[in-house]
Design a protein around this ligand. Structure first.
Ligand code: ADP
Ligand code: ASP
Ligand code: MG
Length: 403
């Protein structure tokens, strides 16, 4: 088999763990498989580099951030290759560029445009183990880019698709996908399977166990994706097509996203085209918009509230300020102490009362709901950040997910 194995930050968190990863890769290779390994930076390393940059600037140039952040993954890739060579394997490390990962120029959250796997295919033909530095690529104008936080998952899935791997294994510090973050709710239950769509919702709504774009791509390329732990041989969770899943629970999981901010625009000129102008400009600045609520206009003015990832707040403020300056918006306010809790399940498509149950669970704990949004397979609520964990546990109970 041709297998892609991705090891996250905790799995390569210190030298002993890198040795442990080397042993696992070695066993996979000795069992007769071809292996491409994708590694993250050692845990905490990327945050440390971000903090270094923030020492000098609150808004550092994005291209410089990519130069800086991509270094963490190179450290682990080369160390793992050295460890594998020492064990008698022929292993080589590759940067994103060498692995042929070409992206657009949206620095710090670049999108993969294409993968040219020539170098990887040649090395594989020579029987080598390839260790790719995750999270990074090269833009069409030759600059190093990174793929957004948690982006090594995306590197792994994209590579698996490009070299037509039989399997893509994501090794992390928990044994699979649970009904919610087991660090928040110890009663969370491990799922043996979950559909791409549900996993995509959970990941997009804050379950950082898989980066959302990696799930999106896995679905598109039909990659066989398994999440499991690097600390034992316990079986993980298969992420697969909905039709492959036998049992379809009403609710599959609960997600919590604490990295959200709410922007309130007051006294917005009530004329055709204004929403388009504001949100197009935000989109051009790379700001990801989530929930939007617009109130009924009054005296030619309206209020618009929306949520974004906290990391996009600086960029969003610049855009909002420009509209305030032009007089199209009277006043602005920002709230970073919010979070979003979400209930996800394909079973919602055919059942009623799922949202009502979520609202009752919040009411029971006396938690006020600020914003609500729903789709075919999810219900999301924005609440005060300090109630996030409590909300997750009460929803987990309300839908009896431990059973
Ligand atoms: P890695 O460094 O290996 O990429 P991450 O920290 O990005 O690992 O993701 C693993 C973490 O995701 C777990 O430690 C867990 O706390 C968290 N997590 C959140 N939601 C879930 C979930 N539904 N199932 C499993 N883990 C989850
Ligand atoms: N090291 C990067 C991060 O912490 C990428 C990754 O680990 O997937 O976001
Ligand atoms: Mg991760």
């Amino acid at each position: 088999m041709l297998i892609v194995q991705k090891f996250g930050g905790t799995s390569v968190g210190d030298l002993e763990r890198i040795q442990n990863v080397a042993s696992r890769v070695s066993e996979t290779k000795k069992a007769g498989n071809d292996v491409v390994v994708v590694v993250s930076a050692m845990s905490g390393e990327t945050n440390k580099l971000v903090a270094y940059a923030e020492h000098f600037s609150s808004n550092p140039a994005r291209a410089e951030m990519d130069m800086l952040l991509s270094s963490g993954e190179r450290v682990t890739a080369s160390l793992l290759a050295i460890a594998l060579n020492e064990m008698g394997h022929e292993a080589i490390s590759m940067t994103g560029r060498k692995a042929g990962i070409v992206t657009d120029s949206l620095h710090t959250k670049a999108r993969i445009e294409e993968i040219n796997p020539t170098a990887m295919n040649e090395a594989l033909k020579e029987g080598k183990i390839i260790v790719v530095a995750g999270f990074q690529g090269v833009s069409t104008n030759g600059n190093v880019t990174t793929l957004g936080r948690g982006g090594s998952d995306l590197s792994a899935v994209a590579i698996a698709g490009a070299i037509k791997a039989d399997l893509c294994e994501i090794y992390t510090d928990v044994s699979g996908i649970f009904t919610t973050d087991p660090r928040i709710e110890p009663k969370a239950r491990k799922l043996t399977q979950i559909s791409y769509d549900e996993m995509l919702e959970l990941a997009s709504l804050g379950a950082k166990v898989l980066q959302n774009r990696s799930v999106e791509l896995a679905k598109k390329l039909n990659v066989n994706l398994v999440t499991r732990t690097s600390f034992s041989n316990e079986e993980g969770t298969l992420i697969t097509k909905e039709e492959n899943i036998m049992e379809k629970p009403l609710v599959s999981g609960i997600a919590l996203d604490k990295g959200q901010a709410r922007i309130s625009l007051m006294g917005v000129a009530d004329r055709p085209g204004i929403a388009s102008e504001i949100f197009n400009k935000l989109a051009k600045s790379g700001v990801n918009i989530d929930m939007i609520v617009q109130n009924k206009a009054h005296n030619g003015e309206t209020n618009i509230d929306f949520t974004i990832p906290s990391g996009d707040l600086n960029d969003a403020k610049l855009v909002v300020h420009s509209f305030v300056k032009d007089g199209d918006i009277k006043d602005e306010s920002y709230n970073e102490t919010i979070c979003k809790v979400s209930v996800v399940g394909v079973g919602m498509k055919s059942h009623t009362g799922v949202a009502a149950k979520a609202f009752s669970a919040m009411a029971k704990e006396n938690i006020n709901i600020n914003m609500i949004s729903t789709s075919e397979i999810k219900v999301s609520m924005v609440i005060d950040e300090k109630y996030g964990e409590l909300a997750v546990r009460s929803l987990h109970d309300a839908y009896e997910l431990e059973k």
